[in-house]
Design a protein around this ligand. Structure first.
Ligand SMILES: [Zn+2]
Ligand SMILES: [Zn+2]
Length: 371
């Protein structure tokens, strides 16, 4: 075991620097994770662009790796041993509140930065908080006593397990919140990794018809959606999406629409409302600053529509996401498009935002190098 590791640190807006970091002593109630894969998502893109508020940060919040040094108490409490392959949630909950008892860690004030900007979680905590190794863009990462880990099922590779975060979001948003199930007719807006995961979850749950919308730039992604089980794809730049949806559904509309287009403005929400059948459900996932002036609230009542919002995932959604990955029912390799070594971290993040490698859907970073 080395005493130091070379980690990538965000030292300023859109600026990475490599620094030797001390590997900490591991107490009996903690552990060390040898990071195999760190996934990158849209949140990394927006976070990377922000100025630094305090000390540098080791980013990387979608982490899969092998338990390396495991404290005796940690092993007992979590039911794990050295060498186990695990997926790490990025939440670091207090462990005592009602949300934590329900596995809904994202609402715990100790780890939800919407309540407390100082709340800690993996991938966003500055190195000034000991022992500094709080992110996956590093060969090793510190597992605190309150870390939430999931054992990766047998037969699932680290790269596949690296998609557990979007997969869990797909389960949470489409199934748990949207209510998609057997025979549902579903509209998924946005064919990125979250939208794709909603397609897979809906398909797995028995949806009858899955319609996905995207823009002209999304041509390849829409093809991947079809490979994952989408029945119809619509390019909103070149087609009248509502007309197509009504045509596909015989004028009835969809049971559920899920908006995975964060940042695309109000058009997807409007389409969701208009495309929903009477008593349909509309699920939106929006950024904190999103606004909707002149929201057509009357249409909601007229159509008897339920509107909900969601972000992140619960413990159970992760377990089901891993279960879905282990089913090997979907060609996941079409989604895991790009792999980079840690030295290319800046380019890897830019690839997710569309300013780097073309055609990126899910991007993985391998702190030990791409094999
Ligand atoms: Zn993420
Ligand atoms: Zn809590």
């Amino acid at each position: 075991m080395p005493e130091q590791v070379l980690a990538a640190l965000k030292v300023a807006a859109s600026t990475m620097e490599f620094r030797e970091m001390e590997i900490p002593e591991i107490s009996p109630d903690a552990a060390l994770l040898k990071v195999e894969v760190a996934g990158i998502c849209g949140t990394d893109v927006s976070q990377y662009r922000l100025p630094l508020r305090g000390s540098p940060i080791i980013m990387g919040h979608e982490n899969v790796g092998y338990l390396s040094r495991v404290g005796k108490l940690f092993a007992e409490r979590k039911g794990v041993k050295e060498g186990d392959l695990v997926f790490l949630e990025h939440y670091l909950p207090c462990g005592n509140c009602e949300w934590d008892h329900m596995g809904e860690y994202r609402h715990c004030t100790a780890t939800d930065w919407f309540y407390d900007p100082e709340a800690i979680r993996y991938g966003y905590t500055p190195i000034s908080t000991p022992p500094a190794l709080w992110g996956g863009f590093s060969p090793y990462l510190y597992l605190a006593p309150n870390a939430i880990i999931h054992k990766v099922p047998d037969g699932v590779t680290p790269v596949e397990a690296g998609t557990a975060t979007p997969m869990a979001n797909g389960v949470q948003w489409a199934l748990f919140e949207g209510g998609v199930g057997y025979a549902s007719v579903v509209l998924i807006q946005g064919p990125g990794q979250q939208g794709l995961s909603c397609v897979m979850a809906s398909k797995h749950a028995g949806a009858d018809r899955i319609i996905v919308t995207g823009t002209s730039k999304d041509a390849r992604r829409l093809e991947v959606c079809q490979a994952m089980g989408a029945d119809d794809v619509i390019d909103v730049d070149n087609e009248d999406a509502l007309e197509r949806i009504l045509e596909i559904t015989g004028g009835r509309g969809v049971d559920v629409s899920v908006d995975c287009t964060v940042g695309a403005g109000t058009a997807p929400t409007l389409l969701g409302i208009e495309a929903a059948k009477r008593r349909g459900a509309v699920l939106v996932v929006q950024g904190e600053d999103s606004e909707f002036p002149n929201f057509p609230i009357g249409r909601m009542t007229r159509k008897y529509i339920t509107m909900k919002s969601a972000r992140g995932h619960s413990y159970r959604a992760v377990e089901l996401g891993l279960h879905q990955i282990a089913s090997h029912r979907f060609p996941l390799e079409l989604m895991t498009t790009h792999s980079f070594g840690l030295e290319e971290i800046d380019y890897a993040i830019k690839s997710v935002s569309g300013d780097g490698a073309p055609g990126a859907i899910h991007v993985s970073v391998f702190p030990w190098g791409v094999s």
